[in-house]
Ligand binder design. Structure first.
Ligand SMILES: NC(=O)c1ccc[n+]([C@@H]2O[C@H](COP(=O)([O-])OP(=O)(O)OC[C@H]3O[C@@H](n4cnc5c(N)ncnc54)[C@H](O)[C@@H]3O)[C@@H](O)[C@H]2O)c1
Length: 336
């Protein structure tokens, strides 16, 4: 089996490449990634010499790059490539629309022309918008995205749906909750706070810290994607949740406790505009139809994640410079 993984140098994509090369060692994996600030080939150092792994540099929204990519044949395509950080989407929404919408449409076009057997599009629970204190998002909940990032992902989902309906293309969509685990870029909440706590720097917590997310260990997400790839039905959407609803404040306290750091490091800052209050996913569909459920309990997942960042200090110290630092200073100066 030949598979194309787009965005494989990012957090979830690189975890998925590790996962799949173990799970299906005879599958040939091509990683297509433009290496934005979030793409890092160091995430894949240990597999770079695997004869079944290949990296191709290219942009999913560039027709020449995508045409070159599709000069080879693939059985399955899994589309992870995206601009993925909500905070950044406040400053440059156009880039999110270009990559996340037009890039996805370009991939769909070529994959359709080449007769791909499965096209799995990796989406997010953020497309559903914000929940009150009760209830869960099901796959047929209305789309109500609140950030440019979420709107671009919701639009891509609609384009994927249209290719299934109009062209009978074998498209499947997954929508996952907030991921955490190894190789996550240290601008996202959990690694952001781990790395800052390790440097004894303040942890800037938005608003009252009571926004709730449904946390999913990245290996569980990879396992769910593989399950959907093998057993999912075309034209369907599958929610993927970890069943771990936590407030940002609970997460922050747990990170500090695990690292034996004082709560005085918490610094409340002005809330993110349009900050969704709560996400929570109903995962009955993937559970009952495809027999998938998350395996990792949250406390163990956090221990493992903190352990990984402690052991891989050079990995994140290399990142915490240049472009990343400029973004951080711009964004948090406005909020402090
Ligand atoms: N991180 C989460 O909690 C989460 C939750 C649900 C869904 N998702 C979705 O999962 C996917 C992966 O998320 P992530 O957290 O690994 O993101 P990430 O930002 O860590 O990685 C994105 C990768 O895509 C690449 N990329 C960006 N633009 C590209 C382009 N134009 N062409 C080719 N490659 C490009 C980057 O170089 C990077 O390697 C995204 O589609 C995201 O929307 C993420």
């Amino acid at each position: 089996m030949k598979i194309m993984v787009t965005g494989g140098a990012g957090f979830i994509g690189s975890n998925f490449i590790h996962y799949i090369l173990k799970k299906r060692p005879d599958w040939e994996v091509t990683n297509f990634d433009s290496l934005t600030y979030a793409g890092n080939l160091a995430n894949l150092k240990d597999v770079e010499n695997n004869p079944n792994y290949k990296f191709v540099k290219g942009d999913i929204s560039d027709p020449d790059d995508v045409e070159r990519l599709f000069s080879s044949e693939y059985d399955f395509l899994i589309n992870f490539a995206a601009e993925s950080h909500v905070d950044r989407s406040l400053y440059n929404p156009g880039l999110f629309l270009k990559t996340n919408i037009l890039g996805t449409q370009l991939l769909l076009n070529y994959a359709l022309e080449k007769g791909i057997k499965r096209f799995l599009h990796v989406s997010t629970d953020e497309v559903y918008g914000s929940l009150g204190p009760d209830g869960y998002f099901g796959e047929s909940s209305p789309l109500a995205p609140n950030s440019p990032y979420a709107a671009s992902k919701a639009s891509a989902d609609m384009i994927c749906r249209s290719y299934y309906k109009t062209f009978d293309m074998p498209v499947i969509i997954t929508r996952a909750g907030n991921n955490y685990g190894p190789y996550q870029f240290p601008e996202k909440l959990i690694p952001f706070f781990i790395t800052r706590a390790l440097k004894n720097e303040p942890l800037p917590l938005y608003g009252d810290g009571l926004n709730v997310r449904d946390w999913l260990y990245v290996e569980d997400h990879c396992d769910a994607i593989f399950t959907v790839l093998e057993k999912g039905n075309f034209g369907e959407i599958y929610n993927i949740g970890g069943g771990n609803e936590k407030t940002n404040l609970e997460i922050t306290r747990l990170v500090l406790e695990t690292l034996n750091k004082p709560e005085s490091l918490i610094k409340y800052v002005k809330d993110r505009p349009g900050h969704d209050r709560r996400y929570a996913l109903d995962i009955n569909k993937i559970n009952s139809e495809l027999d998938w459920s998350p395996k990792m309990d949250f406390e163990t997942g956090i221990q493992k994640t903190v352990g990984w960042y402690l052991e891989n200090q050079k990995w994140w110290e290399d990142i915490l410079s240049g472009e990343y630092t400029r973004f951080y200073e711009l964004h948090y100066k406005e909020r402090s």
